[in-house]
Ligand binder design. Structure first.
Ligand code: FAD
Length: 383
């Protein structure tokens, strides 16, 4: 039976980063991924992920984001590949809504550069947007997007170079702990390890059934469209954006058109709705998008970008794994310092992958982390 210091189950966003940090620490690490790396069945596909620092969700995330930005930069330097694209991010919403209030609060507490934009200035700087006059507009210049597939490939490639073993198309079937030894059974082999890291995204409640009450998986629709004038929406002329809709509980968001000949992925202008969609099971996802789902999304987005989506040429399903409070879970399993889990990223986790990987590696190898992650513990659900 092959034996490892650490086995990582799930080599997606968080697992690939964990493999990288573990391999750099000179331990014997095995990453096991049920599909290829990357793939379109989980939560990381779709070419782009927003990264921002004035975190409306909670200011406690900001120190993690500071570290995440630092780590992404380091990864770029090591690979010689651009992974983070600083386009700036336009926020709009009612002044007393959770987005605008939350962005201002994080910016105030952590001194993050945020510009307040009046409607006249917005028309000049961001002519493609139509923002309701009762909305406030903010701009975060040091926000932008990451290219998730390239990030995951970079982490995986560097992990392998540093000595990690990565197995694809191999699925965890079960694991059991006997004293200080953990035995891992997959569809292909049996392994043993001292520490286990579980980063199985939307499949986590299959791997850890006790966590089922804390994790609900939803299907999220993403569209790519063709605008009236292509060049108005390319990266040079158009930022990432996040708009707190006054009529609906969630937020609409999108990206500029990316140069697919360099970056890969889908052609066109991308937009989606950040709010838990229809509940699903990761093993039985209905990936057929109904005309109504597409039409409703585009109708809402057109309120803010009237010339952005003349037609839609592609729509896809991606999965969110939501916790009850929409905050992540990063912790040891209860009463078990040998098994670490990172899950429930609730549709906003990718930007953190570079710090999550480092934290997971520290938890597995040192039993602790210097990063402030107490608010992401599992215990909070028992209170
Ligand atoms: C439409 C959409 C838009 C998003 N936009 C943003 C954004 O703008 N900014 C942002 O920061 N975040 C965003 N997110 C969220 C972010 O992408 C996720 O939080 C993040 O990808 C979750 O990472 P993960 O490692 O938990 O899951 P994944 O990346 O899906 O990785 C989990 C991996 O585990 C593997 N696995 C599962 N079970 C097993 C098993 N038994 N054996 C072996 N392997 C297994 C899976 O195959 C998968 O590869 C978005 C998500 C979606 C769906």
């Amino acid at each position: 039976m092959a034996s490892y210091d650490v086995i990582v189950i799930g080599v997606g966003s968080m697992g690939s980063a964990a493999c990288y940090y573990l391999a750099k620490s000179d331990v014997k690490v095995l990453g096991i991924e049920q599909f290829g790396i990357p793939h379109e069945n989980g939560s990381h596909a779709g070419q782009s992920r927003i990264i921002r620092k004035a975190y409306f969700e909670h200011p406690d995330y900001v120190p993690l984001l500071e570290r995440a930005y630092h780590n992404w930069k380091q990864l770029e330097a090591e690979t010689g590949t651009q992974l983070y694209f600083p386009t700036g991010l336009l926020y709009a919403g009612k002044a007393d809504g959770i987005l605008i209030k939350g962005v201002k609060e994080s910016a105030r507490q952590y001194n993050i550069n945020i510009e307040t934009i009046n409607h006249t200035e917005s028309k000049n700087r961001f002519p493609s947007f139509t923002i309701p006059l009762d909305f406030e507009i903010l701009f975060e210049p040091n926000a932008g997007f990451l290219t998730p597939e390239r990030c995951i490939l970079s982490f995986t490639e560097l992990a392998i170079k540093a000595g990690a073993t990565i197995h694809t198309h191999e699925q965890l079937v079960s694991w059991k702990q006997d004293g200080s030894v953990i035995t891992v059974q997959t569809t292909k082999q049996t392994y043993s390890c001292k520490k286990l890291i579980i980063t199985t995204g939307a499949w986590t409640s299959h791997v850890l059934p006790n966590m089922q009450p804390q994790l609900s998986v939803t299907r999220q629709v993403v569209v790519w469209g063709t605008p009236q004038q292509w060049d108005n929406f390319i990266q040079r002329n158009f930022p990432c954006w996040l708009i707190d809709d006054a009529q609906q509980p969630g937020m609409y968001y999108g990206f500029p058109i990316l140069p697919v000949s360099q970056i890969g992925g889908s052609i066109g202008l991308k937009a989606a709705y950040h709010y838990p969609g229809k509940p699903t099971d990761a093993n039985r996802v209905d990936r057929t998008i109904t005309p109504t789902e597409e039409t409703e999304l585009v109708k809402s987005v057109r309120q803010y970008l009237p010339t952005g989506f003349n037609s839609i040429h592609l729509s896809k399903i991606c999965l969110y794994t939501n916790t009850p409070d929409e905050n992540f879970i990063m912790d040891f399993l209860p009463e078990n310092n040998n098994v670490v889990v990172a899950a429930g990223f609730s549709g906003h986790g990718f930007k953190f992958a570079s710090v999550v990987g480092e934290v997971l590696s520290d938890l597995a190898l040192k039993g602790e982390t210097t990063m402030p992650i107490e608010f992401l513990n599992l215990n909070r659900f028992n209170k």
